[in-house]
Design a protein around this ligand. Structure first.
Ligand code: KG4
Ligand code: ZN
Length: 340
């Protein structure tokens, strides 16, 4: 029998300070997330300087907690996996420095993990049967990528956003209709009381890039709609605006994704990232995949938003490939998927 592999994983790319212990890639022994959302809410978005300071304050505590909840000691770990990009440079540096220090002091190998690779790998945690190849739509606060997952750690990006990420659009529209930060979950909730066909917002296509996304035009259309209502003295039905905006985003995501799945002849499709926890988005993909006879995979909401368990899962497959990083590992804020 093969020896069990335990990975201590660390994530600090944005506003969650997180650590986890992952066994053999798919078994989560612990998953500690300290969310800073409450701290950033009064500023209407993530303040990088505050995020870095809070990461420094919390990082050792979440790492210790991850080990103690897993009932394990550091010396039992086979590798330390850490997100080294993309993300906020000051935030990333905290996790990377902590991982390097622990690795240096203990002699346990270090593995740098791409944050998006982590999001994609979150699908492996609860779907034990899922293996590449599949198509994955990654939709978070910072990214909107349509990716062909050809193998573990082997990716081809089919499309990406030309401007705002999907989550960013949710956050901006939520702010415009006075829902506050973070907007995604609030739009998700209020949309249930609204009519998604009340207002027709544009579904943007990018010329000559059939898989790319663009959400800034949609955001402007919502702002224009709100302004014109205000000028006419009309009251705004926030639930209708939210539901109609949400439908416009989902329609484009579903159309592009299904087009990719069919064109490339894949039978499996997965979603990942914070926006993947949106209930209407899940329902829309459930329906579209059923229609196309495609197997649909998605992580639970706790594994959609930033966490370290997904970094441990991605790190495990890197470990299996023999990938190790030296102490020159640095934070790379704009790290590209597939780069090392
Ligand atoms: O993956 P994530 O935690 O962080 C990044 O890597 O960016 O994603 C955070 C984003 C935020 O924009 C948030 O508004 C959005 O995910 N989000 C949602 C929902 N939950 C979180 N968007 C739509 N519906 C949701 N239920
Ligand atoms: Zn993320």
């Amino acid at each position: 029998m093969e020896k069990d592999v335990y990975i201590l994983a660390i994530e600090s790319s944005c506003d969650e300070t997180a650590a986890a212990v992952v066994k053999n890639g798919r078994e989560i022994c612990s998953n500690i997330i300290y969310s800073q959302i409450a701290l950033h809410t009064e500023y209407g978005g993530v303040v990088p300087e505050i995020a870095s300071r809070k990461h420094i304050e919390k990082i050792n505590q979440v790492i210790e907690q991850a080990l103690s909840e897993a009932h394990m000691e550091l010396k039992e770990m086979d590798a330390i996996a850490v997100t080294y990009g993309p993300g906020l440079v000051g935030a990333l540096l905290v996790g990377v420095s902590a991982a390097k220090a622990i690795s240096f002091a203990s002699g346990i190998p270090l593995i740098g993990v791409h944050h998006i690779e982590g999001h994609i790998s979150a699908n492996y945690i609860e779907n034990k049967d899922l293996e590449p190849p599949f198509v994955c739509l990654v939709v978070s606060g910072g990214h909107s990528h349509l990716v062909l997952v050809k193998g573990y750690g082997e990716y081809e990006i089919l499309g990406r956003t030309r401007d705002d990420a999907a989550g960013e659009a949710f956050d901006k529209v939520a702010r415009a209709i006075g829902l506050g930060y973070p907007g995604g979950p609030k739009i998700d909730k209020i949309s249930k009381e609204g009519n998604p066909d009340a207002i027709h917002f544009p579904r943007a296509k990018v010329a000559e890039a059939e898989y790319d996304f663009s959400f800034s035009g949609l955001k402007s259309a919502v702002l224009n709609y709100l302004n014109s209502c205000e000028m006419r003295g009309e009251t705004i039905n926030r639930a209708d605006v939210a539901a109609s905006f949400q439908k416009a985003v989902i329609d484009v995501l579903v159309e592009h994704s299904m087009h990719a799945v069919k064109s490339y002849g894949f039978t499996k499709f997965a979603i990942a990232g914070g926006v993947a926890s949106n209930s209407s988005l899940r329902a829309a993909f459930e329906k579209a995949c059923e229609k196309e006879n495609v197997e649909f995979y998605h992580p639970s909401p706790i594994f959609c938003t930033d966490n370290a368990a997904m970094i441990g899962t991605a790190g495990y497959y890197e470990y299996r490939k023999g990938i190790r990083h030296g102490f020159d590992l640095n934070a790379v804020p704009n790290l590209k998927l597939g780069e090392r």
